[in-house]
Design a protein around this ligand. Structure first.
Ligand code: AMP
Length: 210
């Protein structure tokens, strides 16, 4: 199966699509946000940085990602939240060349800003396994209120999922991550997906990997 890079603004549905690909298609999800949140449980400075909505340095995130890729030993994966800058994409190209990994495909999840904001403010996440839910979408609600379907942990609201932090994260996305669309278009592997409807988004991503 082809490796997948998901490029999308905050709350466009990267986590939801990844969860479905893990459950139904045997993919491994590499969510740099989830990895960093786990690390931040023991690192106050990192937690503050994540809460602020700013990006972690390219050097640190690429080092973490490389270690995870080595552990995967060739299994197919979805990159959820990486790369987020052109520099990260270039370093990633070098890492996969060194490890003999195929770049695969890039899916850009396109969602208008006003819908993203609505999703952000109704999002709940599992602090243990990273699964994401939405209180404003029937098909994305947890089966039991505030309890994770996957691991039964209590769900929480991320501190960076506030309206103010969303604005900063969205602007950071537009400035630093959006240029990746041209980067991957030039490589001929970018696929744009209309990601307003989450079930439809998964169906479209699935078509790309078959
Ligand atoms: P996410 O869960 O993808 O929204 O990421 C949450 C936060 O983790 C971001 O706001 C950044 O602070 C940090 N982060 C995640 N992935 C990256 C990355 N590839 N580069 C830099 N910072 C990242």
């Amino acid at each position: 199966m082809k490796n997948i890079i998901l490029i999308a603004p905050p709350a466009a549905g990267k986590g939801t699509v990844s969860k479905l690909l893990v459950e139904n298609d045997n993919y491994i999800q590499l969510s740099t946000g989830n990895i960093l949140r786990e690390m931040a449980a023991k690192d106050e400075e990192l937690q503050k940085l994540l809460d602020s909505g700013c990006l972690v340095s390219d050097e640190i995130i690429c080092k973490i990602l490389k270690e995870k890729l080595i552990e995967l030993k060739g299994k197919s994966y979805i990159l959820d939240g990486f790369p987020r800058t052109i520099n990260q994409a270039q370093i990633y190209d070098e890492i996969i060349k060194e490890l003999g990994i195929d770049l695969g495909i890039v899916a850009y999840l396109d969602v208008p800003k006003e819908i993203l904001l609505k999703r952000i403010t109704s999002r709940l996440v599992c602090p243990k396994c990273g699964a994401t839910y939405s209180t404003s979408n029937e098909s994305l609600k947890p089966k039991n209120e505030n309890i994770c379907d996957m691991c039964n942990s209590d769900l929480i609201k991320r501190l960076d999922d506030s309206e103010e932090t969303f604005e900063l994260r969205y602007n950071t996305y537009m400035e630093k991550t959006n240029p990746l669309l041209d980067y991957y278009t030039n490589k001929g592997i970018l696929h744009r997906i209309d990601a307003i409807n989450s079930d439809e988004t998964y169906r479209q991503v699935r078509q790309l990997i078959r």
